[in-house]
Structure formats: structure tokens, C-alpha cells
Design a binder for this molecule. Structure first.
Ligand SMILES: C[S@@+](CC[C@H](N)C(=O)[O-])C[C@H]1O[C@@H](n2cnc3c(N)ncnc32)[C@H](O)[C@@H]1O
Length: 232
């Protein structure tokens, strides 16, 4: 049943207390505060999953959980392992579903990466023929694949990854481009063309994907315009 009282209460609250401009400013300020608080050993720089450093915003992790529950992927491909915190988080979600494997790729082999029966570590450049061939061997044609791009955040690398890894994603599936917030969207304005700019190029050349803004429902996301859904 529609709760008219709640709807009217919400409209009044939004109109008189948080108008769209204020909301935008609050979200932007909190985003900058949260991201830059790394300097004070808070936020991004001090986030762990079961003791392993993880370069993620917890609000995005919750979105990951909701997406993974909905999609029930057979394979999650992650470009950019770092310490393995995000791979361990993803593998734990797969454990809860009793389904799925994580293929995670990095050019560097960090010491002390967590070992887990669902995680397969690949060492090399995500866009190299050698790595792409290894990934192809690990993915079966009908597998439901979720892709997460979180390696070298330069535009030129991300567009290469997008062109390669979008092919693994089935209709209804997602490719998540991490850290579209850099290069001034709104953080790290000095970065230069990054993931956001790669997404813009990719969507001009590939009409099979669309941005799913509903995944930005928690206001703060490190991946604005970065949740892409395959629509055809
Ligand atoms: C942002 S970190 C990954 C963070 C990790 N996913 C997490 O959430 O904790 C980026 C990682 O990408 C790796 N990297 C950089 N360029 C790469 C490339 N071309 N291919 C694969 N990995 C790369 C770096 O060594 C680094 O460990």
C-alpha cells in the first residue's frame, strides 16, 4: 500500500531542508573529506577486510554485495589485486552463496596475500595477451561473469581493459569501473584523464552497456558513472 504520509514528509524534507544544490554540496564535501582523510590514517587508507588492507569505500562494498547476491556470478574477474583484500571480500561473498570463483590479476605479487580456495591469482598485465589467454581458459562459455576494473587508473589503460573484458559480461551483467571519482570527479583533480574519461569513450563506441545510476544510491561512491550494465 502506498504510504502517502511518508511520501509527503519526504517531499517536504527534500524541498525545504535539503534542496538539490545543498545535497550535491554535502555529498561532494563528504566525498572529499572521506577520500583525503587518508592523510590522517582514516577512511580509504585505513580500511581492512579480515585484516587485509582493502582500497574500497565500504558503501561500494555493500553495493557489491547486493549485486553479487542478485547476479550470482560464476566468475568474478578483478583487474588489480593489491594486497588481496577485495579478492578475499569477494570470495567470502561467494562462500555465502556457495558459488563462484574470483580471478584476480596484478602486475605485482604482494607478500602475504590471503589464500582461499575460490581465489585464483594471475600475475601480469591485465591487457597482455598472456593474461587474457589465461582468463579465457578459466571462463566457460556460459559462465555468468562480473568484471571489476581496479588496476592502472589511467584512461588509456582503462579503455583497453574495457574493450577486452566487456566481452566476458553477459546481458544483464555488470562491469564495474573503480575510481571514476579521480581527475576531479570530485577528488584528485591533478590526476589527468582517468577511468571516468575511459567510460565516456567506451559508451560512445559500445551501445550494449549503460550506466546504472541506481547503484549510486548511498550518495558516496568512488565509482560515479562506473557501474555499467549490459543491456543488450
Ligand atoms: C587500486 S590497487 C587495487 C586495489 C584492490 N582491488 C583493492 O580494492 O584492495 C591497483 C593495483 O593494480 C595493479 N596494477 C597496475 N597496473 C596494472 C596492470 N596493467 N595490470 C594489472 N595490475 C595492475 C597495481 O600493482 C596495484 O596493486
Amino acid at each position: 500500500m502506498i504510504n502517502w504520509f511518508k511520501i509527503i514528509q519526504g517531499l517536504i524534507y527534500h524541498r525545504f531542508y535539503i534542496n538539490p544544490k545543498t545535497e550535491k554540496n554535502v555529498v561532494r564535501s563528504f566525498h572529499e573529506l572521506y577520500y583525503n582523510s587518508t592523510l590522517w590514517n582514516k577512511g580509504l587508507g585505513n580500511t581492512h577486510w579480515f585484516g587485509i588492507k582493502t582500497l574500497k569505500c565500504p558503501l561500494d562494498c555493500w553495493i557489491y554485495q547486493e549485486l553479487i547476491y542478485k547476479l550470482k556470478p560464476d566468475i568474478i574477474i578483478e583487474c588489480g589485486t593489491f594486497n588481496g583484500g577485495s579478492a578475499l571480500y569477494l570470495a567470502g561473498l561467494c562462500d555465502l552463496l556457495n558459488k563462484g570463483k574470483v580471478i584476480t590479476i596484478d602486475t605485482d605479487s604482494y607478500k602475504g596475500k590471503p589464500q582461499h580456495k575460490r581465489i585464483k591469482y594471475l600475475l601480469g598485465m591485465s591487457t597482455s595477451d598472456k593474461i587474457v589467454d589465461q582468463v579465457k581458459k578459466l571462463v566457460r562459455p556460459k559462465d555468468r561473469v562480473l568484471v571489476i576494473l581496479d588496476s592502472d587508473h589511467s584512461r588509456d589503460n582503462v579503455i583497453k581493459e574495457l574493450r577486452i573484458y566487456n566481452k566476458f559480461v553477459p546481458k544483464g551483467g555488470y562491469i564495474i569501473i573503480e575510481d571514476t571519482n579521480i581527475n576531479g570527479h570530485p577528488v584528485r583533480p591533478e590526476f589527468g584523464p582517468g577511468p571516468m574519461e575511459a567510460v565516456e569513450i567506451f559508451l560512445k563506441e559500445n551501445k550494449d552497456f549503460a550506466i546504472d545510476k541506481s547503484q549510486e544510491k548511498f550518495y558516496l561512491t568512488f565509482n560515479p558513472n562506473g557501474y555499467l550494465r549490459r543491456i543488450k
